[in-house]
Design a protein around this ligand. Sequence first.
Ligand SMILES: Cc1cc2nc3c(=O)[nH]c(=O)nc-3n(C[C@H](O)[C@H](O)[C@H](O)COP(=O)(O)O)c2cc1C
Length: 252
Amino acid sequence: MKPAPPVTSVFMPPTVTAGRRTRHDGCPPRPDNRPSPAQAMLKLMKNVFSPSETTAVIRALRERRTTGPLRFDSAAEPDHAVVAEAVESARWAPNHKRTEPWRFFLLNKDRIGALADVNAERMRRNGASEANIEAKHREWSSKPGVMIVLCQHAAEHDDILRKQNYAACAAASQNFQLHLFASGIASKWSTAACWDVPGFWELLGFEGWPELVEPVGIFSYGVPASVPPARRNLDRTEILRNFRETGDAPAG
Ligand SMILES: Cc1cc2nc3c(=O)[nH]c(=O)nc-3n(C[C@H](O)[C@H](O)[C@H](O)COP(=O)(O)O)c2cc1C
């Protein structure tokens, strides 16, 4: 009886012989001589993902949840060096014409306090009750960490490129949040319009709203004590029109 073929995974690393990659990557040979998925992956990266690495990436994409200050562990200090390091992941987001429009501002304790004051003033201007303002001020000043993300356009960028710049900053912000999530740090993206309130730009080191700058978000982060439930209104079948399954020809 022939021995059973080894269990293979498309993600199995290839065997390397004398510094050269061979075709023996654990996948059965393909009759059409097409590269296996693992060999294709090697064109994208130096080392293919192990199955558990692939699973970890996909889990991070699906399991990250917006987790706000009320769910942070007030007794635990997040590792702020990890947060600074997450900017390294953020800056590899796709960006059209390599404008690299993202700018990051990691606040210290004093600046988080100043931001809480600015937010209180924003709420006051919006007619919030004093009780509400006070509660939010407590919440904002207790944030263990805050990163602010801005989008820097250039004068020669047209409207389309500016839209692309903002989209790139959103992609970078998601990279940033995923890096934190994978490191055990929870975060929340807020767009509370603090930038309209006096004092906001000063706490980032500017004298006022700088030219060609568009705010992207205020990211609070901390060690989670609990996580919110996952919620989506639409499932995959409602958002994906899969012509590969329906086989429809184009109309007309
Ligand atoms: C561009 C953008 C702006 C957001 N602004 C706020 C905000 O101002 N306040 C807030 O509570 N959440 C804000 N969020 C977080 C969303 O509310 C959150 O992503 C949504 O509830 C889905 O939850 P999930 O991230 O856990 O999937 C924002 C998210 C994005 C992408």
